[in-house]
Design a protein around this ligand. Structure first.
Ligand code: FES
Length: 113
C-alpha cells in the first residue's frame, strides 16, 4: 500500500481523496485503512502543497539572530512554512530556504516581500 501511496503522491504532489478512494477499492480495503496509513506517515500530504516550500531554521544561531522575527513575518504574509534544526549555514543566520535555495533570512529581504 505504501508504494502505491508514493506513486499517487509523486503524480499529484499530494494524496487527493478521490485517489485514496480508488486505491481502497482496487485493494479491496476499507477507506479508513488507507486513510490510516496515509495519515500516519508525515511524508504523505493529504492537502495540496503550497506554491513555495519554505523552511525556517530554528537552530541556536538562527534563533539568536532572529528566526522568530522571520517566522512572524512569514505568518503575517500568510506564507506556509516548515521548521527544522541547524542547516549548516549558521554564518548566514537566520536561514530561510525557499524551494530548495538559500534565501536571505531577514524578513525585509523575503523574495515575495
Ligand atoms: S542554526 Fe540555523 S543554520 Fe545553523
Amino acid at each position: 500500500m505504501i508504494e502505491r501511496l508514493h506513486s499517487v503522491q509523486l503524480l499529484h504532489g499530494y494524496l487527493p481523496r478521490q485517489e485514496l478512494q480508488q486505491l481502497a477499492i482496487s485493494m479491496a480495503r476499507p477507506l479508513s485503512e488507507v486513510m490510516g496509513v496515509a495519515s500516519f506517515y508525515h511524508l504523505f500530504r493529504l492537502d495540496p502543497p503550497p506554491p513555495h516550500r519554505c523552511v525556517v531554521c530554528r537552530g541556536t544561531a538562527c534563533f539568536v539572530r532572529g528566526a522568530e522575527r522571520l517566522e512572524a513575518a512569514l505568518r503575517q504574509r500568510g506564507v506556509a512554512f516548515e521548521t527544522t534544526s541547524c542547516m549548516g549555514a549558521c554564518g548566514q543566520a537566520p536561514v530561510l530556504v525557499v524551494d530548495g535555495a538559500l534565501a536571505m533570512g531577514q524578513p525585509e529581504a523575503l523574495p515575495w516581500a
